[in-house]
Design a protein around this ligand. Structure first.
Ligand code: IDP
Ligand code: MG
Length: 143
């Protein structure tokens, strides 16, 4: 998910390009404002954290672009592309490392396990919004 700061800062294309370039397949994508109810579900795991309230305000304040991404090791690969939570610790070359400065404005979200990713898809997408299709480069991406 390109967070509100990523959208405002013109980084939607950059994020999509990074995902496409690595070979992952985008099977759903949309722009919308995250509702408070969705934000609470999404970040339920952080409910007790001191940054929770600010995090909900941040994620709901402006539109985001959410995507469902598919492929071998998709979670592992997207987390690597995204980089460490704190941009100051994210490797150069990663999306956060190259495009952000602060942990509370780190421009992108990515699920951290296949199970959590599925839980998150269900918050933001219906089954009908996800397209099942074969990409023309699949035979050249996979051995
Ligand atoms: P992740 O986004 O890399 O999975 P999490 O630890 O799951 O990182 O935290 C979720 C989000 O909460 C972060 O991306 C960031 O926006 C915010 N966050 C985490 N820690 C802090 C903090 O110490 N201050 C402010 N915001 C934070
Ligand atoms: Mg997380």
């Amino acid at each position: 998910m390109v967070k509100p700061d990523g959208v405002q800062r013109g980084l939607i294309g950059e994020v999509i390009t990074r995902i496409e370039k690595v070979g992952l397949k985008i099977i759903a994508m949309k722009m919308f404002k995250v509702s408070m109810e969705q934000a609470e579900k999404h970040y339920a795991i952080h409910k007790e954290k001191p940054f929770y309230k600010g995090l909900l305000e941040y994620i709901t304040c402006n539109p985001v672009v959410a995507m469902v991404v598919e492929g071998k090791d998709a979670v592992k690969i997207t987390r690597k592309l995204v980089g460490a939570t704190n941009p100051a610790e994210a490797e150069p070359g990663s999306i956060r490392g190259d495009n952000a400065l602060e942990i509370g404005r780190n421009i992108i979200h990515a699920g951290d396990s296949p199970e959590n990713a599925i839980t998150e898809f269900m918050i933001y997408f219906t089954e009908e919004e996800m397209s099942s299709y074969k990409k023309i480069d699949a035979d050249w991406l996979y051995e």
